[in-house]
Design a protein around this ligand. Structure first.
Ligand SMILES: [Zn+2]
Length: 129
């Protein structure tokens, strides 16, 4: 239920996002953020981008199925329908702002911010060799 809570900030105020890994507790509300106007780049490794390409639309599908079930119950109670948190289609759209980056490379976000994605021992690492 907390997932549908409003963000405590304006999505347009965010310049960019560093997505350390694809786990849904980190990435699950990206489509909602996108729907609310966030259009900055989401920097993530290619493996994370690939996983999000699968997981986020699946999550959107789950949102759609769950709200359908809830809305049937709400209808019986005479309540109005609620929209899904986001749809599978919304989730696919937000993939346009993902920016795949190389592992272990320094990425210059701007003149003052540089980052490097490396092992943190928490997620899968894929090798392209
Ligand atoms: Zn995690």
């Amino acid at each position: 239920m907390e997932n549908s809570d409003p963000f405590l900030y304006n999505a347009n105020d965010i310049d960019f996002m560093l997505l350390t890994h694809a786990h849904i507790d980190h990435s699950g509300r990206i489509p909602k953020l996108y729907n609310e106007g966030f259009r900055g780049k989401i920097y993530a490794t290619k493996a994370t981008c690939d996983l999000c390409q699968i997981m986020l639309p699946d999550s959107g599908h789950i949102q759609e199925v769950e709200i359908e079930w809830k809305n049937r119950k709400r209808k019986r109670e005479g309540k109005e329908d609620l929209p899904p948190l986001y749809t599978a289609e919304d989730a696919l759209k937000c993939m346009e702002i993902f920016e795949p980056v190389e592992y272990d490379s320094i990425i210059d976000i701007d003149d003052n911010i540089s980052v490097r994605f490396n092992d943190a021992g928490h997620m899968l690492r894929f090798c392209n060799c």
